[in-house]
Design a protein around this ligand. Sequence first.
Ligand code: SF4
Length: 646
Amino acid sequence: MSSLWPQLEPLLSEVEKPARYIGCEDGAQRPPHDPDSVAWLLCYPDTYEIGLPNQGLQILYEILNERSDAEAERSYAPWTDLEAQLRSRRMPLFSVDTHRPASEFDVVAFNLSAELVYTNVLNLVDLSGAPVRSADRTEAHPLIAAGGHCTYNPEPLADFVDFFVIGDGEEVVGDITDVLHRWKRDGRPRGSRHAVLRELASVPGVYVPSMYEVTYDGADLVSVEPRYSDVPATVEKRTVADLAEWPYPRNQLVPLTEVVHDRLNVEVFRGCTRGCRFCQAGMITRPVRERPSDQVRQMISDGLRRTGYDEVALTSLSTADYSGIGDVVASTVDDPSMCGRVSVSLPSLRVDAFTVGIATEIQRARRTGLTFAPEAGSWRLRQVINKLITAEDLYAAVESAYSQGWRRMKLYFLTGLPTETDEDTAAIAELGRNCVEIGRRYNNGASVTVSVGGFVPKPFTPFQWFGQNTVTELNRKISLLRDDLRRDRSVRLKWHDPAATLAEGIMSRGDRRLGPVIEDVWRAGGTFQEWSEHFDLGRWTESMARHGLDPDWYAHRHRTLDEVLPWDHISAGLHKDFLWQDWRDALEGLGLEDCRWTPCYDCGACTGYGIEHIVASATPPAGGSQGTGQDLSTGHEVRVSLGVRP
Ligand code: SF4
């Protein structure tokens, strides 16, 4: 074993935030280095502050370290100051746990949660000492892997990543470790890298891009097909059937320095069946799998006691939908051993499930920020996107919050949605103003931040066929909003840079031809593209022009049903005809109810895997209208009118 600590330590006084690179957090592991174990370096391709709280990475870190044939350590993207120091001294990427060089690991695995981190992935592979292109690596180099939501369209990174994991990682990391353990035991013979990748390609949920041949006809993608008969034509995602079997992380890391989401995080369920049509996370993580509420309570009390945190976030895609929510919040706040000092935050709340009851329980301890995401300003557009919350739902939630003492809240919207008109844009300002007015009934200083992001169509959603708005159009809509809200001091407007939305859109639905573009942008110094001060659209478009690629073709063009999509050989379980029908329904403004409590639409997510929604309680959450207004206590009566497909 080698540690770079002696060389690294003197550099830390030269860099902005040394605590990013030290490790030693409560919960950190320093696994013994056994030459026979499969060594994983789990990398988050952004800064420590953003990467440390990532639950996916922490879960795998623990699961792998519990195995006798594996060891796992962590790494985060060094900020530009340390990177410059490392490069000038020819020092490689290292783990923060034992400061071991990345080249000593068998697998360097990245979590991909956003497209704009792709250049950071190349940068870290290069810093590790391995060639950035997988074709140039040998048995002497680590295998480069990636998991996370962006892997549902892995093609833009196909030239650089040896294998992708599609879906939940808990089980598949064990299967991968088994294959690699045998390979290590055999001494990683010369020429065997191809063979081991081929073996990995047959592990369910693993996609090895080099095993697939891509054919184009002019600009059009014709097919992505396996080169060998033992490689699957379609790679199915992995789905953990029962979260109760995976109560991780058990030892959440407690950072030594400030990070985002600095609190105990307990995942209460995975999946979402609300069916918001813009939402990739909801679509690809189906079916719903709730954790038993007893287990949630246990994880909260153990976690709080161990970490000393006084705040717990109940995480999921839509936490107020968790059927045990009332009990869990109340019992946490009432826990006598916590002496009334614990606050509960619910970072992902649907407004229609936010009740006075929940507001009261949360505020009994401490008021944290509240964000509601109506996503669209008008009811018409919310029907198009299937975010079926009425303005009354929103106002009732906002009133609950203000009446319980909140003074500020954030409303999150998307702009550039399919069929959006200027009236829909004006309705965003109107909602913001009305919320402030409600707040003023309780507090003169009430204010609202309206935050607007440009919409990017994502694979495996009904909007995957939609051509996204141009930068000019997005800027025009933001200007309309700015003009509209100019005189309202209590409604603050924030927006995401439309130029970054374009780059994200190109990558989101891109194909393998974008590999050289990502490489060019990285070679030109384009790292940390998620950070506005580092983002430069010109680098992306200039490189695309050099390679004869057209940003319009990738981002702004509507797709047709017969078009081969770059991710058609990956399966998220959803039937393509279900998504297409949902897209047609969207254009007609037809809503679709939550299938958790209503009959199955056969989207494929449950039937395809023989897994059903698992809910912790047979009773839906009190007060939750399940987004479509149905009152479940009185026989699913629908109070808002939903169009019905003829
Ligand atoms: S409620 Fe809608 S936006 Fe939220 S996770 Fe579910 S599908 Fe996505």
